[in-house]
Ligand binder design. Sequence first.
Ligand code: GLN
Ligand code: ZN
Length: 766
Amino acid sequence: MKSNVLGYPRIGEKRELKKANEAFWAGNSTEEELLAVAEKIRVHNWQLQKDAGVDFIPSNDFSFYDQMLDFSFVVGAIPERFAPIKHLRNLDRYFALARGYQKDGIDITAMEMTKWFDTNYHYIVPEFTKNQTFSILVNKPLQEYNLAKQHGFDTKPVLIGLVTYLLLGKEKEEGFNRLDLAERLLPVYIQLVQSLVDAGAKTIQIDEPYLVLDLPAGAAEVYRKVYGELKKQFTNTEFILTTYFGALDNNTELALSLPFDVFHIDLVRATAQLDNVLKALPANKKLSLGVVNGRNIWKNNFEHSLALIEKAKEAIGADRLLIATSCSLLHSPCNLELENNEKVLTPEIKQWLAFAKQKVKEVTTLQALATGKVTPEVKAIFEENKKAAENRKTSTLIHDNKVKERVNNITAKDDVRHSPFSQRKVAQHKSLNLPLFPTTTIGSFPQTDEVRSWRARFKKGDLTQAEYDKLLEKEIEESIRFQEDTQIDVLVHGEFERNDMVEYFGELLKGYTFTKFGWVQSYGSRCVKPPIIFGDISRPEPMTVRWSQYAQSLTKLPVKGMLTGPVTILQWSFVRDDQPRSQTCLQIALAIRDEVVDLEKAGIKVIQIDEPAIREGLPLRQNEWKAYFDWAIKAFRISASGVQDETQIHTHMCYSEFNDMIEAIADMDADVITIECSRSQMELLDVFGDFKYPNEIGPGVYDIHSPRVPSQQEMTDLMKKAISVVPKEQLWVNPDCGLKTRHWPETKAALHAMVDTAKELRNLYK
Ligand code: GLN
Ligand code: ZN
């Protein structure tokens, strides 16, 4: 029974890669310096896995930016628009693909980026054309394998599967299907594998996570053909087919019929598939059991994992099993040992956690336990593991019966407003007395260096609470005056007190904890440090009322209260695994509901509950969407339904795909929804029109992702388009998203023009 790690985080324990990349991009360091940092990280990772006793240590799991981009670069799938920079050195060219290129009169847009399955990692989308050709540009997998070898590590090269690679890409012109490119890519793929085999690789991991999705027509055939050909060429090499993030389900038969020697399945996300796979596994094949969660921070429950391993052992025998991480550890933070500040992370909670380094050890400990090689060290770890699991089950830190009871007592009337929208609308219009085409913003105003420095000084203890609060009040007052002067109709306080829209609430809710070094790569050099939900969530006291109330006290115009919604708070945190996500989400929903009610009591008439992450929580398989919507939409509705009819509830989302979820959006029953719209030129509004979406909508007319100031004409044209799709009485005028990342001068100019657009429209459509 071998141990198998699918991939290791590459950012470095202290984000060394981020820092080295950014220094290189800024021209503050040389290529040699960057390469040296990158090499050090890899060697460190390999050594740590070797020390832990891992049998299959991955190589080529490292990347300077993204592993999908790497593969495009390796096989020469470089979009034509990058031709003008052909002469650049490889590394510069590579980064240009990811980040775009703007220099010496050349202006090339970056390749598109999108989310990696249902994780918070983003990959660079391969771009294909009809006449796409492939050839090896740089043999990175071989370089990485050789680097490991040179340092004395015998590794298992990791390659993205050919079919997943193609399927995750995009056709940039019409008239072909990217799956048709398999034929052209295969010889290059074989060449890559050949080079690895020649260099001494005995086992190669091929990642085909697409096999846990609904496959498009024709894909099964391509799978069979491609891997049939590959295996024919390399009869002596051991190939591992890895799938993760879900169950093979209806693709089980297909996957297991492919000529691989080992099949890896994710038993964390899809425990139930084990029985099926054991039954269907061909007699001479091995199975890699992904039992250590690569996507969360909880210590493995050894007793649970051993039960699964035992079951597999009984069915097919220990010799045919591998013990593995569920997926690459890319999605976990690096090393729990660094968390030595007991004020940030208490020892009681820390004993429940495992980061990547600890997870590697869990894999080999499980291997030892399952094979009876129980040394005193292994025994001690097992005992500690059981103790931690027991402690976590019963800890008073986690369990709050009052919260559990409240969730249990949720009734059908808790997720509906008192009256239907048609009635609420009348009450709200009477109370708010807004003009046609009311204007508002999405919440945040520029977080200037100054504002950030106050927070840093306050956290360091250089500013007292009172001093810090005063500075924020001054900033809020300025923003209110600016909005009044600009004649915006519904104002915001500006969110200056928030570092991040989830972390801010996490810090004020009970049941949350934080780390100092729990960084996870989000894309390129960008890392996030998700807060950790470890226990039942409750709200000890109001979280935002003070700021909203203060802002409202400065003006007669309505100030909008600003909250992050339960699904987004859930989605952008590490979530406890000892109860269903739906349960945790309902707990958060109740906490937000209390905040909404308190805001109303404090005289706030408009309250926005942001849910930008609702879409990314969608399950990978379409047949699971309904179950997700059932609890996610319910959670939102619970958070929004504690108020009177007169109180206007807004929500906000920033992405541009509503077509397949418009019913769920309508079901949220927010009085007003503001959405990102300007980049799609209002196209995404069509679905609201077709659906006859009944509530009010603010389609964003100002793209806040760029410093560019849109003209009044442009915004008026966009609104005219909107008016042709949605009745004018339902429309608001607002930017695409919050203005936190913008600077004041462009913000002011753009919002002035935006208000002028609303005025122009009021005249035109009186
Ligand atoms: N209210 C938040 C802001 O304005 C919304 C951010 C978001 O949608 N991501 O910053
Ligand atoms: Zn947004």
